[in-house]
Design a protein. Structure first.
Length: 379
């Protein structure tokens, strides 16, 4: 696919510095990148453009946020078939050439790589053109794109202390998180207990399969418990049917279990939750810390370099979360025992949430923007 442009209706060209942000694919890449872009635009009058691919969430989220997006060719190299790897290997040089052309046209002072499909070609192009570069790495172990360019970037913003060793001039900044998460108060006593279940915007099949199997026993054990379950657009209907098939009545499903494709107001859902059952992607971990909510984490077993397990272990060792593997989830009694034990002890949940809050970094977007501005000043 040749490079094409997607433009937001509110895109403007303010005077000031020019920054190109490259990468995307999942919300874990795109949402922090947008927070950085807003900070650069609003606090530093920077003109920000994005480069991504046609297969990522950036095609929707970036134009909606009012930023210009260019699309280049790129693909996956890890955890995919040989045919996919070969296509990606062929597309990569073309993607780099497209990014060189884009950089010469836009002339940014700094190129920021946030990981994901388009990050590699754009960062390689910037390094070839000797432009200042900043890598943003939210995971404890960098993804392939950031590992490839780590030794050549001008600076890096990371989320974990141990990640600094992969980059030059790395600084621990944390992950940008919406301010609404930081405004969440500790859960009030005397209100119904609530379990929030989600596996990202697309849902998680293992959670969708496991929760209905234990829901009836969990609801019987806790008469005041409510379950809110984000199952993903393709799986909401089948997940709701699975709850009914497992023994829940239509009345229970209507009153005590809410299954949705997507939860639009996630900060509000976090605020109402006593406990969150979820994956351990970097952005989710940052939101758990910002909101001060206890969690039972189920790392995605096929995540590249097992980074979700490593993310979860940081919270586990801090006493801020519990961890359950996908293998353990295959036996429903493990999930039931973990959830029942946690929900039965509100004081323990509160303590876990407070420990999670100590891992939050509320100033991440500002710090990263200042690093970018500093690089631009030195260019």
């Amino acid at each position: 696919m040749t490079r094409r442009e997607v433009q937001g209706s509110r895109f403007e060209k303010p005077d000031g510095q020019r920054v190109l942000i490259a990468g995307g694919g999942t919300g874990g890449h795109v949402i922090p990148a947008l927070a950085i872009a807003r900070e650069l635009r609003d606090a530093h009058a920077a003109e920000v453009r994005f480069v991504g691919t046609a297969r990522g969430l950036e095609t929707r989220l970036v134009p909606e946020a009012g930023f210009r997006l260019d699309l280049v060719r790129s693909g996956q190299l890890k955890n995919v078939s040989l045919a996919t790897r070969m296509r990606t290997a062929l597309d990569l040089p073309l993607g780099v050439v497209e990014c060189v052309r884009l950089l010469r046209e836009f002339r940014p002072q700094v190129v920021v790589g946030v990981g994901g499909y388009a990050s590699g070609p754009a960062m390689l192009a910037a390094i070839l053109l000797r432009l200042p570069t900043l890598a943003f790495e939210p995971n404890s172990v960098p993804g392939l794109a950031n590992r490839l360019v780590g030794r050549w970037v001008s600076a890096a913003a990371v989320n974990f202390e141990q990640t600094q060793c992969y980059f030059r001039n790395a600084r621990v900044t944390g992950i940008p998180v919406r301010a609404e998460f930081f405004a969440i108060e500790p859960k009030s006593a005397g209100v119904p207990r609530r379990l929030l279940v989600f596996g990202g915007s697309q849902g998680a099949r293992v959670l969708n399969n496991a929760m209905p199997m234990i829901a009836q026993r969990l609801l019987e054990q806790f008469a005041d418990l409510e379950i809110v379950h984000q199952a993903g657009a393709r799986h909401a209907e089948s997940t709701a049917k699975a709850y009914v098939s497992a023994g829940l009545s239509e009345q229970q499903l209507a009153q005590r279990v809410r299954v949705r494709q997507y939860l639009e107001q996630m900060p509000s859902e976090f605020a109402a939750a006593d406990l969150i059952l979820c994956r351990s992607g970097a952005s989710t971990m940052a939101e758990l810390g910002a909101s001060g909510r206890a969690s039972l984490l189920v790392p995605f077993a096929l995540a590249s370099d097992d980074h979700q397990r490593r993310n979860a272990e940081v919270f586990l060792h801090a006493g801020a979360a519990r961890l359950l593997t996908e293998a353990e989830l295959a036996d429903p009694k493990w999930l039931l025992n973990e959830l029942a034990t946690l929900l039965a002890d509100p004081l323990a949940l509160h303590a876990m949430g407070e420990r999670a809050r100590t891992l939050a970094r509320p100033d991440a977007a500002r710090q990263i923007a200042l690093m970018i501005v500093d690089l631009a000043a030195k260019a």
